[in-house]
Write a protein that binds this ligand. Structure first.
Ligand code: F6P
Length: 329
């Protein structure tokens, strides 16, 4: 069998570890792996991996030492051309032309929307791996890259707390997550923040002001508020404006972590998840499975139809939202 592999959408730490697992599991089972550069756009451009040895397939050596590398050696993109049905039909024709029997896309919700569309034009097998820092996919407890993004957020919070204490200030730290509060909630909880503003919960400026006064009266010298970029009230800049206007008892500074959270060497948890799911995706393809994402729920490996992975909002754990509130009081 010839198995194609690509990374698509926002890159995530651990994509390389996943690629390594895909290549090694497939090669070990006697199959070929075709690396596609730049996601679905690279597929449309027929931009395929060619090794230093001139070979057009990936082997165990092509992925040596990859687990520790951030980003993706296959590079990634968000392809406009692939979103249109004629783009998907053209991608299917290219897959047939190169005798590719199966595809493993590593990415997030946009990647799996694309995979679900591609299946309508192509009879090959597609099993995806969840590679996104957002942890917003149904069908897996955690996505590849989430643990590292949270670790980066927590390291930033720890450093900001030092300067916040020195200056008796408040920091508004904006983290990634367009539609999901997972990164914000986990970063806030692990980093000891007082408040998290999430897309899933209402952000009430008057209530935050009340909380800040209460914290100040109890002797708090510094405050950390973690804000998801997709918070329904707006990002950190909007919150800063409104807190100043409402009479915040703390002076404040805004820090936007943004793409910083997408980079860096993957945390061990991401490397292990990536390796587990990359191997599982290959084994699932060899069993003839298609139209599904490989995931892990409660320690069990599971396959979830693409449409379900992005069809519903994955709720943040209500227990952790409550825990954060009780820790801050
Ligand atoms: O989906 C991953 C993600 O990092 C989101 O958290 C963020 O909103 C988005 O990608 C940013 O995308 P881009 O790199 O295209 O600006």
């Amino acid at each position: 069998m010839r198995i194609g592999v690509l990374c698509s959408g926002g890159d995530a730490p651990g994509m390389n570890a996943c690629l390594r697992a895909v290549v090694r599991s497939a090669v070990c089972a006697g199959h070929q792996v075709v690396g596609v550069y730049r996601g679905y756009q690279g597929l449309l451009d027929e931009d395929f991996f060619v090794g230093a040895d001139g070979q057009a397939t990936m082997n165990a050596r092509s992925v040596s030492d990859l687990s520790k590398l951030g980003g993706t050696i296959l590079r990634s993109s968000r392809s406009e051309a692939f979103r249109a049905p004629h783009g998907q039909a053209r991608a299917a024709a290219i897959l047939r032309k190169h005798a590719i029997d199966a595809l493993i896309p590593i990415g997030g919700d946009g990647t799996f929307r694309g995979a679900a569309d591609l299946i309508k034009h192509w009879s090959g097998l597609i099993v995806g791996c969840p590679g996104t820092i957002d942890n917003d996919l149904v069908g897996t407890d955690y996505t590849i890259g989430f643990a590292t993004a949270v670790q980066t957020g927590v390291e930033a919070l720890d450093k900001l707390r030092d300067t916040a204490e020195s200056h008796e200030r408040m920091f508004l730290v904006e983290v990634m997550g367009r539609h999901s509060g997972y990164i914000a909630l986990y970063t806030a909880l692990a980093g000891g923040a007082e408040i998290a503003c999430l897309p899933e919960t209402p952000t009430d400026v008057a209530q935050i002001i009340g909380q800040l006064h209460a914290l100040k009266e109890r002797g708090k010298k510094s405050i950390m508020i973690v804000i998801a970029e997709g918070d329904e009230h707006g990002g950190a800049a909007v919150l800063e404006r409104d807190l100043v206007a409402a009479g915040s008892p703390f002076s404040m500074r805004v820090v936007t972590l943004g793409h910083l959270q997408r980079g860096g060497s993957p945390a061990p948890a991401d490397r292990i998840l990536a390796t587990t799911l990359g191997d599982f995706a290959v084994r699932s393809i060899l069993q003839g499975r298609t139209g599904v994402m490989a995931g892990q729920i409660g320690g069990q490996l599971v396959l979830t139809p693409f449409e379900e992975t992005f069809g519903k909002h994955k709720p943040v754990p209500a227990g952790l939202v409550a825990l954060l509130e009780s820790m801050a009081t």
